[in-house]
Ligand binder design. Structure first.
Ligand code: AVI
Length: 336
């Protein structure tokens, strides 16, 4: 019986931390206050992020796309036919460059996009099926953590193959420097999960934003049109909707700066007044002083040699890296 060209698997209900907002309560109860950056990405936030990617100040997306345009054919040659698994696939727009390169090779290709937004995943999968008649897609809707657990198989077995051909290597891709949004401890857990989701010989392709001058970095997170500010503030709207909250967005301001010592952009929401906020369904009530901030995101900027050493500790051997002429961004291909 021929395999259907599109399968779609929800990875179960989100874990309890997400469901019960324990991460929100914990973040808002600590000093300084924080919020997990996953709350950026409701439908509205995902659209705002797509807009950010096209801003003149936000260089990462277009720089990565340019690198991938030249690197895609070489990547396809390195791996040959494969099972392409993408963490955080979004609109899959950069992935098309890889799909084109694999089509040129006439190598078998199966695509497994993974995203928290089921709507985005289905829409882009249907477009891809139209454009790539040979392509089979098996999507997963869930968080990175859920997806990596799902891809690792059970604790006794080998990583499970998404598609039926067990001999194809897996190429796991994580683009856009989303890895920069993980703090050091979370990154270690993530890399361990990546290692467990790959068999020896499988591949891992990572997009990373590199360290550069503050004059380039800070405008990228403080764009003139205020889209990044709207994206940052939108997480409060998301919390209001999800947890019946009373955040008044007009009482907060976007604040983003580069922390040179930590090599990371930090995004915050600064309270413009002294105020009390409530999230009814979480039974949460908290006070914010005037000028107090809530950190909503870190975006780490990497030194490539240091990152390569860190990856090696998880049996991810760097095979090749590609960068742009200004060395602003890099694609790194590793093999397990
Ligand atoms: C998704 N992530 C890699 C983006 C970044 O640059 O850290 C999110 C973002 N935040 C503000 N602008 C874009």
């Amino acid at each position: 019986q021929p395999q259907p060209r599109f399968q779609y698997i929800p990875l179960g209900t989100p874990d309890q931390t997400v469901d019960h907002g324990e991460d929100v309560i914990q973040g808002l109860s600590q000093v300084p206050k924080t919020l997990p950056c996953r709350y950026f990405y409701d439908d509205q936030g995902s659209l705002l992020f797509e807009q950010i990617c096209t801003l003149p100040e936000y260089y990462p997306t277009r720089t990565e796309r340019r690198i991938l345009t030249t690197a895609a054919a070489e990547i396809a040659e390195f791996t040959g036919g494969c099972e392409l698994v993408e963490l955080g696939s979004g609109s899959s727009s950069k992935t098309r460059l890889l799909l084109d390169a694999y089509s040129q090779l006439a190598a078998p290709l199966h695509y497994c996009p993974i995203d928290v937004s089921g709507g985005m995943l289905k829409t882009s999968a249907l477009e891809l099926l139209d454009q790539y008649p040979q392509l089979h897609i098996c999507g997963r809707v869930g968080t990175y953590e859920q997806a990596l657990v799902n891809l690792s198989g059970d604790s006794l077995g080998e990583p499970t193959r998404v598609i039926s051909d067990p001999d194809l290597p897996r190429l796991l891709i994580f683009l856009g420097s989303t890895i920069g949004n993980l703090d050091a401890v979370t990154l270690q857990k993530f890399l361990l999960q990546v290692q467990q989701a790959l068999r020896p010989g499988d591949y891992f392709l990572l997009g990373v934003d590199l360290q550069k001058s503050i004059e380039i970095l800070e405008p990228a997170y403080n764009d003139a049109q205020g889209i990044t500010a709207a994206f940052n503030l939108n997480c409060l709207r998301h919390l209001n909707w999800r947890f019946n909250g009373n955040f008044d967005l007009s009482q907060f301001a976007h604040w983003a700066f580069y922390n040179t010592a930590a090599n990371q952009i930090e995004m915050h929401l600064r309270s413009l007044v002294s105020q009390t906020v409530t999230l009814q369904t979480l039974n949460f009530r908290g006070a914010l002083a005037a000028a107090e901030t809530i950190q909503t995101e870190i975006s780490r900027k990497f030194d490539l040699p240091t990152l390569k050493t860190e990856l090696q500790a998880y049996q991810l051997q760097p095979l090749h890296s590609w960068t742009d002429p200004q060395h602003w961004f890099a694609l790194l291909l590793c093999q397990r």
